[in-house]
Design a protein around this ligand. Structure first.
Ligand code: ADP
Ligand code: ZN
Length: 614
């Protein structure tokens, strides 16, 4: 066999991995050969290695433009752990520290330099860089150049200057944002028309999607879910309002789940402190608005839960994508209810946006609702939305695992719709349900609705059953919600065939709150261990001991635990129980530097847990 090429050598000796994940190999080869690239890869796909490896193979320093300080610090810490000479230049450095980094750069002492975009485009910085050999320029989170996205960074627009200033240096732009418009903007605004485009599948097979219509208290269901499947794990819980993040965080903490709130209304220092704890501790749950997420690189976020409906499939995909970057099993859990649908529609109507914009947003919300009410494979639908075909149902979403029952709801729907019609298309769900159930109510009598033919004809379902029917009718567009703030329902054109009996309607059977059962062997141990299949007490004990050793090292060095070793590496230690440095070196994620620095220590933990030879 031929000697390994330099890229594979770097992959093994520095990062401790055996093989590239396609298309990493092609991207790396293209850059090493001096080409430009645009890389679209989902979160967790392995974008970093696409530029880190060629930066180490090519002579000179690799520049990485990154929008967030926290992200840079993390990446640099992780690279240093692997023995790479990396540094960053951003506003968190004191002037003397920045001067030191610049001196190292000039002396050829840096393999990788991370820069904030606003810093990079300063004349001073550009002049400095002109004087040193550059291996490549990577532009991370390249979608920040898009004015339409919510991560827009005006400084990114100035990055086109890099093409003129450093004509011979290969450039690579990377993003996890899949849509075509953003892709076009990246290519145009970053002057990458000649770049080769690499698009990988956006599937995240290790994420299990679960979407349920809230029956009663979503908060209680969340707690059950966390206790059953994710005790001791890090996770993110998204809520719509700031107040709710605080309420839910306090409540979870009172129930024994370590949790903190995060939203844009908190003072900056509190936000930063909460974020730092999330990154540096093992099992913290962050209860947040969508203000939290970008720049969170933590690979072992084991679940992302939504206590309200995201505004679009794009948002849902991006938010859930923060789970399981490390490739180990992770959960995306969503509970939503009728109120969410009504609230989001109203927020949309009240926003100052123009009509065309509202129409687009409304379509996006409808697509999200469609995903929620779907009875087929969620992953197929999700990927289809992004233009990707998954030939077979995935086997790893709620609908694949527990196919929902449907029932012929035609008659029930007719009753629900005609009740809307007969009460004059101005009442909300609560009132309509009262009429259907024949409740004795002052308002109903005042309007004379106790004399309607639909009064009291709905005894086959209880109130929550009827609410479920109305939610599904709204989600399917047979009813629309009044946007004046009172939530009155109207019939739409789409309901006519059902009302006239020309079309049958199948609805999803609403399950009584499904009890999340704990997987076998999940007691005190974390969901990651359980997910990795450690159900013997000895495996669990070793897993916890390895995590404790990692946390101690991380604390001593002031870095997040996952930059010492990823969960996947610890899991491999449990599975293979290496007894020598050579055996340890064969595990994924153990490069030369980490082997030398931590090898003996982890071998000692493994030996101690194994106990005396039998
Ligand atoms: P992204 O930036 O695309 O979200 P990362 O670069 O952070 O993804 O990589 C995600 C995870 O996959 C990391 O834990 C990384 O160590 C791991 N990884 C990336 N490439 C490989 C590979 N070739 N072999 C094994 N693990 C890899
Ligand atoms: Zn599926």
């Amino acid at each position: 066999m031929a000697a390994p090429d330099p890229a594979h050598h770097v992959l093994r000796s520095v990062f401790g991995y055996e093989t590239f994940r396609p298309p990493q190999d092609e991207v790396v080869a293209h850059l090493v050969a001096g080409g430009d690239a645009v890389v679209l890869m989902p979160t967790g796909g392995g974008k970093s290695l696409c530029y880190q490896v060629p930066a180490l193979v090519r002579p000179g320093t690799g520049l990485v433009v990154s929008p967030l300080i926290a992200l840079m610090q993390d990446q640099v810490a992780a690279l240093r752990q692997a023995g790479v000479r990396a540094a960053f230049l951003n506003s968190s450095l004191r002037p003397d520290e920045a001067r030191q980094v610049e001196a190292r750069l000039r002396a050829g002492g840096l393999d990788l330099l991370y820069l904030a975009p606003e810093r990079l485009v300063l004349d001073r910085t550009l002049d400095l860089l002109a004087g040193v050999p550059l291996a490549l320029i990577a532009i991370d989170e390249a979608h920040c150049v898009s004015q339409w996205g919510h991560d827009f960074r005006p400084e990114y627009l100035q990055l086109a200057v890099l093409a003129e200033r450093f004509p011979g240096v290969p450039r690579i732009a990377l993003t996890a944002t899949a849509d075509e418009r953003t892709r076009g903007e990246i290519i145009e605004r970053l002057a990458l028309a000649g770049a080769r485009l690499f698009i990988s599948s956006f599937d995240r097979p290790n994420i299990r999607y679960r979407i349920q219509a809230g029956q009663g208290n979503a908060r209680d269901e969340l707690l059950r879910f966390i206790r059953a499947r994710h005790a001791g794990d890090a996770g993110i819980v998204y809520c719509l309002s700031r107040q709710k993040t605080e309420d839910v965080a306090t409540w979870l903490a009172a129930k024994g789940v370590p949790a903190l709130p995060y939203h844009a209304g908190l003072p900056a220092d509190v936000r930063a402190a909460h974020q730092a704890r999330f990154i540096n501790e093992e099992g913290l749950v962050m209860v947040a608005t969508i203000a939290f997420g970008m720049g969170i690189d933590k690979p072992n976020v084991r679940f992302v839960a939504h206590l309200s409906l995201p505004k679009s499939i794009e948002a849902y995909y991006q938010e859930t994508g923060r789970a399981g970057r490390d490739g180990l099993p992770a959960d995306a859990w969503l509970s939503y209810g009728l109120q969410d649908v009504i609230l989001l529609r109203q927020m949309l109507a009240d926003s100052g946006a123009g009509d065309a914009h509202k129409r687009v947003e409304r379509h996006k919300l409808d697509a999200m609702l469609g995903l929620c009410e779907l009875t087929g494979c969620r992953r197929q639908a999700l990927l289809a939305y992004f233009g990707e075909q998954l030939p077979k149902p995935c086997g790893n979403c709620d609908n694949c695992l527990e196919p929902p029952e449907t029932w012929d709801a035609t008659e029930v729907a007719q009753k629900a719709l005609s009740c809307v019609h007969r009460t004059g298309q101005r009442f909300g769900v609560a009132y309509l349900v009262d009429v259907l159930l024949g409740h004795d109510d002052e308002r109903i009598r005042r309007f004379g609705h106790d004399r309607l033919s639909t009064f009291g004809i709905g005894t086959e379902l209880d109130a929550s059953g009827w609410r479920g029917v109305y939610r599904q009718l709204i989600a399917r567009g047979l009813l629309s919600v009044d946007l004046d703030g009172h939530g009155g329902l109207h019939l739409t054109e789409a309901c006519r065939p059902v009302l006239r009996g020309e079309e049958r309607l199948e609805l999803r059977r609403e399950l009584r709150a499904r009890r999340d059962r704990a997987p076998r062997g999940a007691g005190r141990t974390s969901g990651a261990a359980a997910a990795a299949g450690f159900d013997s007490p000895a495996d669990q004990a070793l897993w916890e001991a390895l995590r404790a050793a990692r946390l101690q090292i991380a604390r001593d060095q002031g870095v997040p635990p996952y930059v010492v070793f990823h969960d996947a590496t610890l899991a491999a230690m449990v599975q293979r129980r290496p007894r020598s440095l050579d055996e340890l070196a064969a595990l994924p994620g153990v490069g030369e530097r980490k082997l030398a620095a931590y090898g003996e220590q982890f071998l000692a933990v493994i030996a101690a847990e194994a106990g005396p030879p039998a």
